[in-house]
Design a binder for this molecule. Structure first.
Ligand SMILES: Cc1cc2nc3c(=O)[nH]c(=O)nc-3n(C[C@H](O)[C@H](O)[C@H](O)COP(=O)(O)O)c2cc1C
Length: 232
């Protein structure tokens, strides 16, 4: 099994440790884990040039760093993305990465590999907001085509892992164990809403004068304007 973990932060705080507990539970002896820490391993701010959307994501000025992360995700069965809760949102650096992946939303050029992956969104907060953060992360993965995204949101009542009290740690451990047990990686089917969105954009891409030839050509090349589908 292969797993990609994208940390929406560069430090080893509560969020990192929660994700690490999850990694330990999920990764069998022969699991390969690829880890990325943002902003170090991620792209610079989006330049707003639209090149990825209207031409080719490889022409983005930050393509090298983004490509490394995307290739890792493509080869993984499970994708874990985490972020501490900052002002009720995900971290800025994680949002910067997501901005660079808009081209592979189902509205543009989704990767067919995504429809067979399992996602996990993780966030910790001192008090409130972690549920909102995992919802935002899960929304990104939904639009990439990932059929199932588990969400783990914890209020740790602390500013760092050292300050997290035992009962909170025990609760986190129980939840992680339960999610790991229930998880059927690779066995989820696309959601009805994803199929609906796919068919809507299939119709749009079938129009003769589509506003974005790069998208239309991609859908044609994949056979999605005919009978082929990105899921099995
Ligand atoms: C800039 C910043 C903003 C934060 N905003 C919130 C917030 O909106 N709500 C909250 O309950 N805690 C907030 N916190 C606390 C963190 O979410 C909390 O301590 C979290 O567990 C930190 O994770 P980490 O140890 O992985 O960095 C904030 C912390 C920082 C540094």
């Amino acid at each position: 099994m292969e797993m990609t973990i994208i940390h929406g932060q560069g430090h080893l705080g509560s969020t990192y440790h929660v994700t690490d507990m999850l990694r330990e539970q999920l990764a069998g002896r022969d699991a390969t884990v690829h880890e990325f820490f943002l902003p170090k391993d991620g792209p610079d701010f989006c330049a707003g040039c639209f090149t990825c959307i209207t031409k080719d994501e490889n022409l983005c000025p930050h393509a090298d760093k983004t490509r490394r992360i995307v290739e890792s995700m493509m080869g993984s069965d499970i994708i874990i993305i985490d972020s501490p809760t900052y002002c009720m949102e995900m971290t800025g650096q994680l949002k910067v990465l997501f901005d660079h992946l808009g081209y592979m939303w189902m509205t543009h050029r989704p990767r067919k590999e995504m429809f067979a992956k399992t996602g996990i969104a993780v966030s910790t907060t001192a008090g409130a907001g972690a549920g909102k953060v995992t919802k935002s992360i899960a929304r990104q993965m939904f639009w990439w085509g990932i059929p199932k995204v588990h969400r783990l949101a914890f209020s740790v009542q602390a500013m760092g892992w050292n300050g997290v009290k035992d009962p909170v740690r025990e609760k986190i451990a129980r939840k992680i164990e339960s999610i790991s047990r229930k998880m059927k990686a690779g066995k989820y089917r696309p959601r009805i809403s994803q199929k609906f969105i796919f068919h809507m954009f299939r119709k749009i891409n079938q129009q003769p004068n589509h506003w974005n030839p790069a998208d239309k050509e991609y859908w044609e090349r994949n056979g999605w304007l005919g009978e082929a589908r990105p899921w099995k």
